[in-house]
Design a protein around this ligand. Structure first.
Ligand code: NDP
Length: 248
């Protein structure tokens, strides 16, 4: 129970990677705010799983790309638990299209959901972390932001932006006991990759050294380490998690 008494916020925790991260943090003793955008039933299910196991959790609907909504996430966590130790900026979306067909509103949607959201959430998290001189911030990047992926110029730009953002933030807060790191997965089996064509799936599997997609629990294990007090001397790091796909 290395996170006993700690409080975590996980954005986009109703499904996929965020769900696994929230469950793993709760297993280690953290109280967790489960943020979601649309899927209240799935978010409530995560809360129920945590409570049934003896933990504490709260579901909270908010669009992480909206400044007003983001403020409510932090108000809800602080008013319930009075502190914040861990922030996992996980919520994300993509609109895949070749650049010439990508519309400006699609570009802005991806940049705002995947990158602006981290700016809004981290800025809102700092006062509570600074007051205790302790914090763990993890942003969920992507191999697409490091190696590039066809049809993902907006997503790649947002995820590459997250790396620069997280490293700059890591330097700003390093002296205050707060770390900021990126966990950058390759292909992970979630709804996110559900619609990729069988051809791309086969190509991807053939180029991944382990010949398989990762699981959400494998991402959660890496995030949990970065979120723990044991990662105290790691900051500004980009931890890739891709089964030996790119090895950047
Ligand atoms: P899923 O599509 O399975 O889940 C997305 C989650 O984000 C849901 O909980 C969804 O909420 C939430 N969400 C989406 N938009 C918003 C928003 N504007 N405000 C609040 N919550 C929102 O995705 P994954 O679990 O696969 O991906 C999670 C993160 O991991 C993303 O940042 C993604 O880019 C990254 N990633 C994923 C990879 C993969 O292969 N799966 C690879 C590399 C990175 P709701 O249920 O309410 O819609």
């Amino acid at each position: 129970m290395s996170l006993h008494d700690q409080v975590a916020i996980v954005t986009g925790a109703s499904r996929g990677i965020g769900r696994a991260v929230a469950l793993d943090l709760a297993r280690q003793g953290a109280s967790v705010l489960i943020n979601y955008q649309r899927n209240a039933t799935a978010a409530d299910e995560v809360v129920a799983l945590i409570r049934d196991a003896g933990g504490d959790a709260l579901a909270h609907r908010a669009d992480v790309s909206d400044e007003g909504d983001v403020a409510t996430i932090f108000e809800a966590a602080i008013s319930r638990w009075g502190r914040l130790d861990i922030l996992v900026c996980n919520a994300g979306a993509t609109v895949d299209a070749p650049l010439v067909r990508l519309k400006p509103d699609q570009w802005h949607h991806v940049i705002e959901t995947d990158l602006t959201s981290a700016f809004l959430c981290c800025r809102a998290a700092l006062p509570a972390m600074r007051s205790r001189q302790y914090g763990r911030i993890i942003t969920i990047g992507s191999l697409a932001g490091l190696a590039g992926n066809v049809g993902q110029t907006s997503y790649g730009a947002a995820k590459a932006g997250l790396v620069g953002f997280t490293r700059a933030l890591a330097r700003e807060v390093a002296a205050e006991g707060i770390t900021a790191n990126v966990v950058a997965p390759g292909y992970i089996d979630t709804d996110f990759v559900e619609n990729i064509s069988p051809m791309i799936r086969e190509w991807a599997i053939n180029t991944i050294a382990m010949r398989r997609f990762g699981t959400t629990d494998e991402v959660a294990a890496a995030v949990s380490f970065m979120a723990s007090p044991r990662s105290s001397y790691i900051t500004g790091h980009v931890l890739t998690l891709d089964g030996g796909w790119v090895m950047p």
